[in-house]
Design a protein around this ligand. Sequence first.
Ligand code: M6R
Length: 608
Amino acid sequence: MCGIVGAIAQRNVVPILLEGLQRLEYRGYDSAGLVVVHDEELDRVRSTGRVADLTKKTASTQGLIGIAHTRWATHGVPSERNAHPHVSKNQIAVVHNGIIENYEILRTRLTSEGYEFASDTDTEVIGHLIHSYYKNGGTLLAATQAALAELVGAYAIGVIANDNRDQLVCARRGSPLLLGVGDGEHFIASDVSALLAQTRKVVYLEEGDVVELGRHGYKIFDVNGRHVERIVQLSELSNDSVELGLYQHYMQKEIHEQPQALADTLESVCNSQSLVPGIFGAQAANTFADIDSILILACGTSHHAGLVARYWLEEIAGIRCNVEIASEYRYRDSVANPKSLVVVISQSGETADTQAALNHAKSLGHTHTLAICNVPESALIRLCKLRMLTRAGPEIGVASTKAFTTQLAALFLLTLVLAKQRGRLSLQDEQRHLHDLRHLPSAVQKVLELEPHIAKLAEKFASKHNALFLGRGLHFPIAAEGALKLKEVSYIHAEAYPAGELKHGPLALVDKDMPVISVAPNDALLEKLKSNLQEVRARGGELYVFADANTHIKEAEGIHIMHMPEHAGYLSPILHTIPLQLLAYYVALQKGTDVDKPRNLAKSVTVE
Ligand code: M6R
């Protein structure tokens, strides 16, 4: 998704803006641009290439105030004319994340007032609207506030004017934006990682905030225009955590970070002798006592985590659980159960569909809400009464990896806490699960040792156009996640099916050109799964089986086995995820795709 960086300083801000944009590249973009004020002129440079191209094009650009943007096209094709910043009458420059829903009405009105539109974007109306107020006199802040009052939709914006090199104005509603506090300089960004090279002191803006930044201070005004103070926080992210280090790609780095990410997420629990609801917030015990079911809302990989959790929650905690794709739920007139706990799962905490689904659930009468999320201070964290932060650290690769396995760990804890509260967890079982959780990071580490074998296996996929993933029960969502990873980074069309569903249709697809990847844990459904694999083999399908020890599935012609080091019981989905992530990664390497920034995709999907 789009990214914003802005700076007002006593030094040239161009390197600050470029470094910030570079750090936002992971969010996905198709064009980039920046503008600075120099000699009372707006000096704007844009490019449809990478930030590196913009760097070349701005070699001689200088200014003490500027705003910059990476664009992920929504309105209008990726092109230089649609790239931000957008400029009105050479006086006002704007960068924008989000979508302005009433832009067509505004565009018609502004056109009749003499404004010319140079792009197909919704953003351009913001610049012209601000200009229409600014030209009548008054401050940039006042003109921006007046313009914002007319906008319908979501935005995070940065604004500068050619005749004012001492003030940068920014605002947010529905899209994230934060301030960076420096010494004699201030910054804005849509993501804290953009600012880490400048400062770790940040202010997370609230919905509706508008800010006037100078070099030596800033003033925040809330949604009602009142001057307010917001807390300055010290970001816990270190500069290193967003560096690639020795790895070739962020996806590979993040796959390898999973043992640590899991250990960090489970830290408080694994260091104690028993499970307490407090890990989900001070009100958790009361809330959990009042609920009779769970409703999980999420998108993409996070939705797959919810699908795994449904098995755990119903089987271990004995609580009814529904899992819904957020983008569908938000538009469905469902029957609300106020005794249900609404759980939103999200890496970014900013996914527009998940936010909208949560708000929809609330509007239907749901009051019990829990966010499982990887980003502190994100929108979903703020919107929920209960919360658990996964501590995966920044996930830069567009393909979600460590966020997924840490979500699973958090959801397993939720299951155990609810099971205990509902009298379904003996002391002995609690200790056994705690033991398994403590062992989990090293179990994942052992699976990672399969990497060279999987890299070899991936060579067989380079020429394939399709792949089928099979799993059963708790591992069907893992097959679905494996298929999503493969299609996302290698562009091979992949589908997942519960193995028992094969003969109801997808078996027709199986022939020698269709690789079939199967997750084969040593669980109660193993023998059923083996029969399904026979059905594939009998039709000439080539099988790739990730099998636990003692499954007695043998390597043979057309059957390739990858042996998993151990069977992890209920935690097995976490272990079985790892080889599928590695497979997708190495197939993508074979195919030479842009692994960390797959075409057409964005890291956090903050628009509908
Ligand atoms: O930030 P979120 O977890 O809410 O994001 C949800 C999906 O957009 C995300 O999981 C997406 O499917 C990933 N690219 C999958 O790798």
